[in-house]
Design a protein around this ligand. Structure first.
Ligand SMILES: NC(=O)c1ccc[n+]([C@@H]2O[C@H](COP(=O)([O-])OP(=O)(O)OC[C@H]3O[C@@H](n4cnc5c(N)ncnc54)[C@H](O)[C@@H]3O)[C@@H](O)[C@H]2O)c1
Ligand SMILES: [Zn+2]
Length: 362
Protein backbone atom coordinates (compact mmCIF):
# COMPACT_ATOMS: atom_id res chain seq x y z
CA UNK A 1 0.00 0.00 0.00
CA UNK A 2 1.20 3.57 -0.61
CA UNK A 3 2.60 5.37 2.35
CA UNK A 4 -0.24 6.91 4.35
CA UNK A 5 -0.41 10.45 5.70
CA UNK A 6 -0.84 10.31 9.44
CA UNK A 7 -2.95 12.75 11.44
CA UNK A 8 -1.93 12.78 15.08
CA UNK A 9 -4.34 14.36 17.54
CA UNK A 10 -4.24 14.99 21.29
CA UNK A 11 -4.85 12.12 23.72
CA UNK A 12 -3.31 9.51 21.47
CA UNK A 13 -6.05 9.80 18.86
CA UNK A 14 -5.22 9.81 15.18
CA UNK A 15 -5.96 8.35 11.79
CA UNK A 16 -4.51 7.76 8.36
CA UNK A 17 -5.26 9.31 5.03
CA UNK A 18 -4.49 6.52 2.69
CA UNK A 19 -4.34 6.51 -1.09
CA UNK A 20 -5.30 3.59 -3.29
CA UNK A 21 -8.12 1.97 -5.25
CA UNK A 22 -11.37 1.43 -3.36
CA UNK A 23 -10.72 -2.30 -3.78
CA UNK A 24 -8.25 -1.94 -0.89
CA UNK A 25 -10.91 -0.65 1.47
CA UNK A 26 -11.81 -3.97 3.18
CA UNK A 27 -8.16 -4.55 4.15
CA UNK A 28 -7.88 -1.00 5.42
CA UNK A 29 -11.03 -1.42 7.53
CA UNK A 30 -9.71 -4.68 8.98
CA UNK A 31 -6.36 -3.05 9.79
CA UNK A 32 -8.01 -0.48 12.04
CA UNK A 33 -10.13 -3.12 13.70
CA UNK A 34 -13.49 -2.41 12.06
CA UNK A 35 -15.48 -5.56 11.65
CA UNK A 36 -18.63 -6.44 9.76
CA UNK A 37 -20.88 -7.59 8.67
CA UNK A 38 -23.05 -4.48 9.13
CA UNK A 39 -22.07 -1.07 7.77
CA UNK A 40 -23.91 1.97 6.44
CA UNK A 41 -22.89 3.54 3.13
CA UNK A 42 -24.02 7.16 2.78
CA UNK A 43 -23.70 8.45 -0.76
CA UNK A 44 -25.48 10.62 -3.31
CA UNK A 45 -27.34 9.59 -6.44
CA UNK A 46 -24.59 10.59 -8.88
CA UNK A 47 -21.88 8.73 -7.02
CA UNK A 48 -24.14 5.76 -6.42
CA UNK A 49 -25.00 5.48 -10.12
CA UNK A 50 -21.31 5.58 -11.04
CA UNK A 51 -19.64 3.57 -8.29
CA UNK A 52 -22.22 2.29 -5.79
CA UNK A 53 -22.51 -1.26 -7.08
CA UNK A 54 -18.72 -1.57 -7.37
CA UNK A 55 -18.22 -0.48 -3.76
CA UNK A 56 -20.95 -2.82 -2.54
CA UNK A 57 -19.52 -5.80 -4.38
CA UNK A 58 -16.00 -5.05 -3.04
CA UNK A 59 -17.45 -5.04 0.46
CA UNK A 60 -19.62 -8.14 -0.10
CA UNK A 61 -16.61 -10.12 -1.28
CA UNK A 62 -14.97 -9.50 2.08
CA UNK A 63 -17.99 -10.51 4.12
CA UNK A 64 -19.57 -7.10 4.67
CA UNK A 65 -23.31 -6.58 4.34
CA UNK A 66 -23.79 -2.86 3.70
CA UNK A 67 -27.04 -0.87 3.81
CA UNK A 68 -26.93 2.10 1.47
CA UNK A 69 -28.58 5.49 1.99
CA UNK A 70 -28.67 7.37 -1.34
CA UNK A 71 -29.20 11.12 -0.99
CA UNK A 72 -30.09 13.65 -3.70
CA UNK A 73 -26.96 15.44 -4.99
CA UNK A 74 -26.50 19.09 -4.04
CA UNK A 75 -25.97 21.50 -1.18
CA UNK A 76 -29.67 21.30 -0.11
CA UNK A 77 -28.94 17.81 1.13
CA UNK A 78 -26.96 19.27 4.03
CA UNK A 79 -30.22 19.66 5.94
CA UNK A 80 -31.99 18.23 8.99
CA UNK A 81 -34.33 16.36 6.66
CA UNK A 82 -31.55 14.26 5.15
CA UNK A 83 -29.64 14.00 8.41
CA UNK A 84 -32.78 12.43 9.84
CA UNK A 85 -33.12 10.12 6.85
CA UNK A 86 -29.62 8.73 7.49
CA UNK A 87 -30.35 8.34 11.20
CA UNK A 88 -33.67 6.59 10.53
CA UNK A 89 -32.14 4.17 8.06
CA UNK A 90 -29.15 3.39 10.26
CA UNK A 91 -31.27 2.76 13.32
CA UNK A 92 -33.76 0.58 11.46
CA UNK A 93 -30.83 -1.42 10.07
CA UNK A 94 -30.01 -2.32 13.67
CA UNK A 95 -26.58 -0.66 14.02
CA UNK A 96 -24.56 -0.91 17.20
CA UNK A 97 -21.72 1.32 18.38
CA UNK A 98 -19.15 -0.56 16.31
CA UNK A 99 -21.04 -0.33 13.01
CA UNK A 100 -19.06 1.92 10.65
CA UNK A 101 -20.62 4.62 8.51
CA UNK A 102 -18.86 5.05 5.17
CA UNK A 103 -19.38 8.54 3.70
CA UNK A 104 -18.85 7.95 -0.02
CA UNK A 105 -19.07 11.14 -2.09
CA UNK A 106 -18.20 14.82 -2.16
CA UNK A 107 -18.12 17.39 0.60
CA UNK A 108 -21.90 17.39 0.98
CA UNK A 109 -22.03 13.64 1.63
CA UNK A 110 -19.02 13.82 3.94
CA UNK A 111 -20.43 16.70 5.97
CA UNK A 112 -23.95 15.34 6.48
CA UNK A 113 -22.83 11.70 6.69
CA UNK A 114 -20.09 12.64 9.14
CA UNK A 115 -22.53 14.56 11.33
CA UNK A 116 -24.92 11.58 11.28
CA UNK A 117 -22.04 9.35 12.44
CA UNK A 118 -21.28 11.81 15.25
CA UNK A 119 -24.86 11.75 16.51
CA UNK A 120 -25.84 8.08 16.08
CA UNK A 121 -25.50 6.25 19.41
CA UNK A 122 -23.29 9.21 20.47
CA UNK A 123 -20.79 8.35 17.79
CA UNK A 124 -20.21 5.40 15.48
CA UNK A 125 -16.96 4.88 13.53
CA UNK A 126 -16.76 7.18 10.51
CA UNK A 127 -14.81 6.39 7.35
CA UNK A 128 -14.50 9.08 4.72
CA UNK A 129 -14.20 7.96 1.09
CA UNK A 130 -14.08 11.29 -0.73
CA UNK A 131 -14.84 11.40 -4.46
CA UNK A 132 -14.37 15.07 -5.41
CA UNK A 133 -11.22 17.19 -5.41
CA UNK A 134 -12.62 19.41 -2.65
CA UNK A 135 -13.38 16.41 -0.51
CA UNK A 136 -10.05 14.65 -1.17
CA UNK A 137 -7.83 17.63 -0.37
CA UNK A 138 -10.02 19.42 2.12
CA UNK A 139 -13.45 18.52 3.50
CA UNK A 140 -12.90 14.82 4.32
CA UNK A 141 -9.86 15.72 6.43
CA UNK A 142 -10.03 17.39 9.79
CA UNK A 143 -13.32 16.36 11.32
CA UNK A 144 -15.62 19.29 10.60
CA UNK A 145 -19.07 17.84 9.99
CA UNK A 146 -22.48 19.44 9.81
CA UNK A 147 -25.49 20.74 8.00
CA UNK A 148 -26.82 24.14 6.94
CA UNK A 149 -29.50 26.25 8.63
CA UNK A 150 -31.79 28.91 7.18
CA UNK A 151 -29.64 31.48 9.02
CA UNK A 152 -26.46 30.36 7.31
CA UNK A 153 -24.24 27.59 6.03
CA UNK A 154 -22.62 25.01 8.31
CA UNK A 155 -24.18 26.42 11.48
CA UNK A 156 -25.22 23.07 12.96
CA UNK A 157 -22.48 20.54 13.39
CA UNK A 158 -19.72 18.90 15.35
CA UNK A 159 -16.01 18.23 15.25
CA UNK A 160 -15.99 14.50 14.69
CA UNK A 161 -12.87 12.86 13.36
CA UNK A 162 -13.01 9.93 10.96
CA UNK A 163 -11.22 6.68 11.75
CA UNK A 164 -9.83 6.57 8.22
CA UNK A 165 -9.83 8.64 5.04
CA UNK A 166 -9.47 6.49 1.95
CA UNK A 167 -8.61 8.42 -1.21
CA UNK A 168 -8.96 6.93 -4.69
CA UNK A 169 -8.01 9.65 -7.16
CA UNK A 170 -9.09 7.52 -10.15
CA UNK A 171 -12.70 8.29 -9.11
CA UNK A 172 -12.09 11.94 -10.11
CA UNK A 173 -12.14 10.93 -13.81
CA UNK A 174 -15.94 11.23 -13.92
CA UNK A 175 -16.23 14.62 -12.19
CA UNK A 176 -17.83 17.31 -14.38
CA UNK A 177 -15.12 19.70 -15.57
CA UNK A 178 -16.43 22.68 -13.63
CA UNK A 179 -16.47 20.69 -10.38
CA UNK A 180 -12.97 19.40 -11.02
CA UNK A 181 -11.51 22.83 -11.76
CA UNK A 182 -13.28 24.42 -8.81
CA UNK A 183 -11.85 21.85 -6.45
CA UNK A 184 -8.37 22.80 -7.58
CA UNK A 185 -8.84 26.16 -5.85
CA UNK A 186 -8.48 24.50 -2.44
CA UNK A 187 -5.36 22.62 -3.57
CA UNK A 188 -3.79 25.85 -4.82
CA UNK A 189 -4.82 27.49 -1.53
CA UNK A 190 -3.01 24.85 0.49
CA UNK A 191 0.14 25.35 -1.57
CA UNK A 192 0.03 29.12 -1.20
CA UNK A 193 -0.40 29.11 2.58
CA UNK A 194 2.16 26.46 3.40
CA UNK A 195 4.31 25.06 0.61
CA UNK A 196 5.91 27.27 -2.00
CA UNK A 197 7.55 24.25 -3.67
CA UNK A 198 4.11 22.75 -4.22
CA UNK A 199 2.96 26.06 -5.70
CA UNK A 200 5.88 26.04 -8.15
CA UNK A 201 5.12 22.41 -9.01
CA UNK A 202 1.45 23.27 -9.64
CA UNK A 203 2.47 26.15 -11.87
CA UNK A 204 4.74 23.92 -13.96
CA UNK A 205 2.21 21.09 -14.16
CA UNK A 206 -0.97 23.13 -14.53
CA UNK A 207 -1.85 21.82 -18.00
CA UNK A 208 -1.38 18.20 -16.98
CA UNK A 209 -3.44 18.89 -13.86
CA UNK A 210 -6.28 20.29 -15.97
CA UNK A 211 -6.03 17.27 -18.27
CA UNK A 212 -6.31 15.02 -15.19
CA UNK A 213 -3.16 13.03 -15.95
CA UNK A 214 -3.42 10.24 -13.41
CA UNK A 215 0.00 10.42 -11.80
CA UNK A 216 0.01 14.20 -11.68
CA UNK A 217 -3.47 14.38 -10.14
CA UNK A 218 -2.53 11.75 -7.58
CA UNK A 219 0.58 13.69 -6.56
CA UNK A 220 -1.32 16.96 -6.33
CA UNK A 221 -4.03 15.46 -4.14
CA UNK A 222 -1.49 13.73 -1.90
CA UNK A 223 0.59 16.87 -1.34
CA UNK A 224 -2.40 19.20 -0.87
CA UNK A 225 -4.09 16.77 1.53
CA UNK A 226 -0.85 16.52 3.54
CA UNK A 227 -0.94 20.28 4.14
CA UNK A 228 -4.49 20.18 5.44
CA UNK A 229 -3.52 17.20 7.60
CA UNK A 230 -0.59 19.03 9.07
CA UNK A 231 -2.63 22.14 9.91
CA UNK A 232 -5.50 20.26 11.54
CA UNK A 233 -3.08 18.06 13.49
CA UNK A 234 -1.74 21.19 15.12
CA UNK A 235 -5.10 22.88 15.71
CA UNK A 236 -7.91 20.34 15.76
CA UNK A 237 -10.64 22.65 17.08
CA UNK A 238 -9.78 25.82 15.14
CA UNK A 239 -8.55 27.90 18.03
CA UNK A 240 -5.71 29.48 16.04
CA UNK A 241 -3.57 28.18 13.19
CA UNK A 242 -6.44 26.48 11.39
CA UNK A 243 -7.75 29.90 10.45
CA UNK A 244 -5.07 30.13 7.71
CA UNK A 245 -7.14 27.60 5.76
CA UNK A 246 -9.51 30.52 5.16
CA UNK A 247 -7.05 32.18 2.76
CA UNK A 248 -9.17 33.87 0.06
CA UNK A 249 -12.35 32.93 1.91
CA UNK A 250 -13.29 36.28 3.49
CA UNK A 251 -13.56 37.57 -0.07
CA UNK A 252 -15.07 34.34 -1.43
CA UNK A 253 -17.85 34.17 1.15
CA UNK A 254 -18.81 37.79 0.49
CA UNK A 255 -18.95 37.11 -3.22
CA UNK A 256 -21.09 34.02 -2.75
CA UNK A 257 -23.40 35.99 -0.47
CA UNK A 258 -23.70 38.97 -2.85
CA UNK A 259 -24.23 36.85 -5.96
CA UNK A 260 -26.48 34.29 -4.28
CA UNK A 261 -25.15 30.80 -3.60
CA UNK A 262 -24.78 28.72 -6.72
CA UNK A 263 -23.98 31.45 -9.26
CA UNK A 264 -20.27 30.89 -8.95
CA UNK A 265 -19.03 27.60 -7.60
CA UNK A 266 -17.31 27.86 -4.23
CA UNK A 267 -13.96 27.15 -5.89
CA UNK A 268 -14.43 29.90 -8.48
CA UNK A 269 -15.21 32.34 -5.67
CA UNK A 270 -12.08 31.13 -3.85
CA UNK A 271 -9.90 31.73 -6.92
CA UNK A 272 -11.21 35.31 -7.10
CA UNK A 273 -10.79 35.64 -3.34
CA UNK A 274 -7.19 34.45 -3.53
CA UNK A 275 -6.41 37.02 -6.22
CA UNK A 276 -7.76 39.73 -3.92
CA UNK A 277 -5.98 38.36 -0.85
CA UNK A 278 -2.69 38.11 -2.77
CA UNK A 279 -3.07 41.74 -3.80
CA UNK A 280 -3.52 42.65 -0.12
CA UNK A 281 -0.48 40.57 0.75
CA UNK A 282 1.68 42.29 -1.83
CA UNK A 283 0.80 45.67 -0.31
CA UNK A 284 1.28 44.58 3.27
CA UNK A 285 4.55 42.76 2.52
CA UNK A 286 6.14 44.76 -0.30
CA UNK A 287 9.52 43.04 0.09
CA UNK A 288 8.15 39.62 -0.76
CA UNK A 289 7.80 38.61 -4.40
CA UNK A 290 4.21 37.83 -5.36
CA UNK A 291 4.55 38.33 -9.11
CA UNK A 292 4.43 34.65 -10.05
CA UNK A 293 1.42 34.05 -7.78
CA UNK A 294 -0.43 37.03 -9.20
CA UNK A 295 0.34 36.03 -12.79
CA UNK A 296 -0.75 32.44 -12.14
CA UNK A 297 -4.03 33.41 -10.46
CA UNK A 298 -4.76 36.00 -13.14
CA UNK A 299 -4.74 33.40 -15.91
CA UNK A 300 -7.18 31.05 -14.23
CA UNK A 301 -10.44 30.97 -16.08
CA UNK A 302 -13.38 31.97 -13.88
CA UNK A 303 -16.78 33.40 -14.89
CA UNK A 304 -17.01 37.19 -15.10
CA UNK A 305 -18.80 38.79 -12.17
CA UNK A 306 -21.51 41.25 -13.36
CA UNK A 307 -20.51 44.93 -13.08
CA UNK A 308 -23.53 45.61 -10.86
CA UNK A 309 -21.70 43.68 -8.13
CA UNK A 310 -19.46 46.52 -7.01
CA UNK A 311 -16.60 46.48 -4.50
CA UNK A 312 -18.86 48.60 -2.25
CA UNK A 313 -21.63 46.01 -2.24
CA UNK A 314 -19.09 43.30 -1.66
CA UNK A 315 -17.63 45.26 1.24
CA UNK A 316 -21.06 45.24 2.89
CA UNK A 317 -21.45 41.52 2.31
CA UNK A 318 -18.04 41.00 3.90
CA UNK A 319 -19.12 42.61 7.10
CA UNK A 320 -21.77 39.96 7.59
CA UNK A 321 -19.26 37.16 7.10
CA UNK A 322 -19.63 34.88 10.08
CA UNK A 323 -15.86 34.55 10.37
CA UNK A 324 -15.42 38.18 11.37
CA UNK A 325 -14.41 38.60 14.98
CA UNK A 326 -15.30 41.63 17.05
CA UNK A 327 -15.89 44.66 14.89
CA UNK A 328 -12.95 44.25 12.57
CA UNK A 329 -12.68 42.07 9.51
CA UNK A 330 -9.90 39.52 9.54
CA UNK A 331 -7.98 38.50 6.45
CA UNK A 332 -5.62 35.64 5.90
CA UNK A 333 -2.70 37.05 3.92
CA UNK A 334 0.67 35.78 2.75
CA UNK A 335 3.87 37.15 4.27
CA UNK A 336 5.44 35.44 1.26
CA UNK A 337 4.25 32.68 -1.06
CA UNK A 338 4.02 29.55 1.11
CA UNK A 339 3.61 31.35 4.42
CA UNK A 340 0.33 32.69 5.80
CA UNK A 341 -0.72 34.90 8.65
CA UNK A 342 -3.87 36.69 9.78
CA UNK A 343 -4.37 40.46 9.84
CA UNK A 344 -7.17 42.78 10.83
CA UNK A 345 -7.70 46.53 10.60
CA UNK A 346 -6.93 46.64 6.89
CA UNK A 347 -7.69 50.00 5.33
CA UNK A 348 -11.03 50.05 3.47
CA UNK A 349 -9.50 51.61 0.37
CA UNK A 350 -6.92 48.82 0.20
CA UNK A 351 -9.71 46.23 0.48
CA UNK A 352 -11.51 47.97 -2.36
CA UNK A 353 -8.41 47.90 -4.52
CA UNK A 354 -8.01 44.21 -3.68
CA UNK A 355 -11.57 43.59 -4.86
CA UNK A 356 -10.78 45.31 -8.15
CA UNK A 357 -7.80 43.03 -8.72
CA UNK A 358 -9.80 39.98 -7.65
CA UNK A 359 -12.60 40.79 -10.08
CA UNK A 360 -10.18 41.63 -12.88
CA UNK A 361 -11.28 45.27 -12.95
CA UNK A 362 -8.00 46.94 -12.09
N1 LIG B 1 -15.98 19.87 6.41
C1 LIG B 1 -15.10 20.69 5.89
O1 LIG B 1 -14.03 20.95 6.47
C2 LIG B 1 -15.39 21.32 4.56
C3 LIG B 1 -14.37 21.97 3.87
C4 LIG B 1 -14.65 22.46 2.59
C5 LIG B 1 -15.92 22.30 2.05
N2 LIG B 1 -16.89 21.68 2.77
C6 LIG B 1 -18.24 21.49 2.21
O2 LIG B 1 -18.13 20.67 1.06
C7 LIG B 1 -19.22 20.94 0.19
C8 LIG B 1 -18.71 21.05 -1.21
O3 LIG B 1 -18.08 19.85 -1.57
P1 LIG B 1 -18.14 19.26 -3.05
O4 LIG B 1 -17.75 20.29 -4.01
O5 LIG B 1 -17.42 17.97 -3.04
O6 LIG B 1 -19.73 19.08 -3.25
P2 LIG B 1 -20.70 17.88 -3.57
O7 LIG B 1 -20.62 16.82 -2.55
O8 LIG B 1 -22.02 18.50 -3.81
O9 LIG B 1 -20.15 17.26 -4.95
C9 LIG B 1 -20.21 18.03 -6.12
C10 LIG B 1 -20.94 17.28 -7.25
O10 LIG B 1 -20.11 16.24 -7.77
C11 LIG B 1 -20.83 15.02 -7.81
N3 LIG B 1 -19.82 13.98 -7.66
C12 LIG B 1 -19.15 13.64 -6.53
N4 LIG B 1 -18.17 12.76 -6.81
C13 LIG B 1 -18.25 12.50 -8.14
C14 LIG B 1 -17.49 11.69 -9.03
N5 LIG B 1 -16.44 11.00 -8.62
N6 LIG B 1 -17.85 11.69 -10.33
C15 LIG B 1 -18.88 12.44 -10.77
N7 LIG B 1 -19.62 13.24 -9.99
C16 LIG B 1 -19.30 13.28 -8.69
C17 LIG B 1 -21.84 15.13 -6.72
O11 LIG B 1 -22.92 14.27 -6.93
C18 LIG B 1 -22.23 16.60 -6.82
O12 LIG B 1 -23.19 16.76 -7.84
C19 LIG B 1 -19.88 22.20 0.73
O13 LIG B 1 -21.08 21.87 1.37
C20 LIG B 1 -18.89 22.74 1.73
O14 LIG B 1 -19.50 23.45 2.79
C21 LIG B 1 -16.64 21.18 4.01
ZN1 LIG C 1 -13.28 26.54 0.69
Amino acid sequence: MNEAIRIDLPDGRGYNIQAGPIDWLPDALAEIGLQGPGCIIVTDKNVDDLYGSRLRSILHESGWDPSTVVLPPGEETKSDQYLRRIQDRALSAGIDRRTPLLAFGGGVTGDVGGFAAATLLRGIPLVQIPTTVIAQVDSAIGGKTGINHAVGKNLIGAFYQPRLVHVDTSLLATLPDREYRSGLAEAVKHALIADVDLFEWIRRNWNSILEREQTVTAELVRRAAAIKASVVSRDELETGLREILNFGHTFAHALELALGYGTLTHGEAVFIGMRAATFLSSHLYPDANFERVRAFLARIDVPIVPGSVTPGRLGDAMKSDKKKRGSELRFVVLEAPGSATVVSGVDASLVEAAWREGLGRS
